[in-house]
Design a protein around this ligand. Sequence first.
Ligand SMILES: C[S@@+](CC[C@H](N)C(=O)[O-])C[C@H]1O[C@@H](n2cnc3c(N)ncnc32)[C@H](O)[C@@H]1O
Length: 218
Amino acid sequence: MALSAHGRELDVTGYGRLQEDLPPFEAGPIDLAAWFGFEEPQQPLELEIGSGKGTFLVQQAQRFPGVNYLGVEWARAYWRHAADRARRHGLNNVRLLRAEAGFFVRHFIPDGALRQVHVYFPDPWPKARHHKRRLLQEPFLRELHPRLARGGAVRIATDHQDYFAWIEEHAGRVADLYERLPFESPESAGADELVGTNFERKYRREGRPFHGLILRTR
Ligand SMILES: C[S@@+](CC[C@H](N)C(=O)[O-])C[C@H]1O[C@@H](n2cnc3c(N)ncnc32)[C@H](O)[C@@H]1O
């Protein structure tokens, strides 16, 4: 069993799943609630992309036991940390998948399956030659759209001025699909927080400004 940075055993049993375990992608979308083993499969489902150590998911899921939360995280250590954390809190409405989010969204999520998608502090890829790697851009937002339920929304926050300007531009390109709304902090955020993720808490101390927006399906 893997150990945390502090030498504690991390156990993801029942909470963490791996991209390698998914069925062949050619077989098409899966029944998410069944595959992830959510105890209340009929509950609305929200997806967090790049869930890091799982702070937002755990806080929000504790507040809303009537919603299922799925975090997709590429970094194995963060995925493991978040899944172990959800297990320690006994959160039957949280599951973590270690996967590349674009691949997972494209091949495995059925139409209309998601009530909300949360993307908080995505990697900004600041060099111009790396911009194509940015998660939030027109093709991805178009791919995501049918997977959202009617009135569903993508909630986005970043500390990166240039990435935010890029996101605003791409949001404009998909204005036929999404209405842009001002960001509203999730209920689990602290009084002076935008979202209250680990990343935000770390960089707030440096006085960094944060930006956010919501794209709601038309
Ligand atoms: C800057 S961190 C923010 C983590 C967390 N949301 C927070 O605010 O504390 C960005 C996270 O997104 C993950 N990530 C980046 N691209 C990803 C992708 N394509 N699929 C899944 N996870 C991704 C990274 O591994 C990293 O943990």
